[in-house]
Ligand binder design. Structure first.
Ligand code: COI
Length: 355
């Protein structure tokens, strides 16, 4: 790949007035759209990451023997940048993604960028792709950092070289339902994670592992799948791409982080937001039976934000929430969180980073 833009500084990119890309901003979904630049930084096993640079977005070259291709030694992250009405750009808790990548890297025997390297790289990539950040209120720029064993291996071992990449794409709603409630089916036999496994880190294999159940669910008209724990088959775990919350009166419960649940940054933020709104939040084992008399159910994730659940089907029985409409609690939490992320209210939490 030909490196370009390497000499541009953050302040150059910040002060530049760029025209918006010429795309249909009113109909963004969650499909990949190539943008202008990506970030690339490498490191050999035993050394630190260095010499990261912005490059023109394009294909990358990998040895067919790369650790990530052969043994799945890879992690990804997801975060978003929003354009404010005044034109400034906001990131949401990028250091949390950096820290989560570091924890995941430790589990996957990979070196990882420092928090500062990660956050600086995210800022540089966002600013270089400024024209792809949707206008205020039309969506966000989804930022996808990747960490992979790019060096060649044949026997099973950590790769000798690692690549940290960031690419970005403008996005709107994740689910085709848009802001309308989603419909879930509970999977009884296929599981997302096992105790002692990698369910608690954002490794690429966790997501490939759910495709079979997810495809079957979509074929039957469901939006996605809710997984149960693999030991007792009765505790809620998470949905393919997001965490789950169950509302009963003023109590909101969500599966506790115990190795098989992905520690979502939106999950963590919603817990704080809900408490600040007077709800009691419990992180604990949540049984599938609790879904039967819940008032509301919603999912959280960077991509899905806060997605209300309209119905859940389990072993042929369907439970409908709020007559299939959006529940008041989901609506309230969505609104408080997104107003903060988009810079529409003062950020008393100190979560946003303005570029
Ligand atoms: C995210 O919400 O950012 C994720 O990483 C989930 C992904 C499957 C879209």
């Amino acid at each position: 790949i030909t490196p370009v833009f390497c000499n541009a500084t953050l302040s150059d990119a910040r002060s530049e007035t760029v025209e918006l890309a010429n795309i249909d901003w009113d109909n963004l979904g969650f499909a990949f759209l190539p943008t202008d630049y990506m970030y690339n930084m490498k490191c050999s096993q035993g050394e630190g990451f260095s010499n990261g640079e912005l490059q023109r977005f394009g294909n990358i070259e990998l040895s067919p023997s790369a650790g990530v291709l052969n043994y799945g030694q890879g992690l990804f992250e997801g975060l978003k940048a929003y354009r404010k009405e005044d034109g400034n750009i906001l990131l949401f808790r990028p250091e949390e993604n950096a820290l989560r990548m570091r924890l995941g890297a430790e589990r996957m025997c990979m070196p990882s960028p420092t928090v500062e390297q990660f956050v600086d790289a995210v800022k540089a990539t966002v600013l270089a792709n400024k024209r792809w950040i949707p206008p205020a209120g039309k969506g966000s720029l989804y930022i996808r950092p990747l960490l992979m064993g790019s060096g060649a291996v044949l026997g099973l071992a950590p790769a000798p070289e690692y690549t940290f990449l960031i690419y970005v794409s403008p996005v709107g709603n994740y689910f085709k339902e848009g802001v309308a409630p989603i419909h879930l089916i509970i999977e009884h036999d296929l599981h997302r994670a096992t105790p002692g496994g990698t369910g608690g880190v954002k490794t690429i294999g966790n997501y490939a592992a759910v495709l079979k159940a997810q495809s079957a669910a979509k074929e039957q008209g469901y939006s996605d799948v809710l997984y149960l724990d693999c030991v007792h088959k009765k505790y809620l775990e998470e949905v393919s791409s997001c965490n789950i919350f169950v509302v009963k009166g003023k109590v909101i419960s969500t599966p506790e982080i115990k190795g098989t649940i992905l520690p979502g940054i939106t999950r963590k933020s919603i817990i704080d937001v809900a408490r600040s709104q007077g709800f009691q939040v419990e992180e604990r084992l949540v049984t599938v039976d609790e879904l039967l008399d819940a008032d509301e159910v919603f999912c959280t994730g960077t991509a899905v934000v806060v997605s209300p659940v309209g119905s859940i089907t389990y072993r042929g029985e369907r439970v409908l929430y709020n007559k299939g409409g959006v529940g008041a609690v989901s609506q309230q939490l969505y609104s408080v969180l997104t107003r903060l992320q988009m810079g529409l209210v003062k950020d008393n939490m100190n979560w946003t980073v303005e570029l």
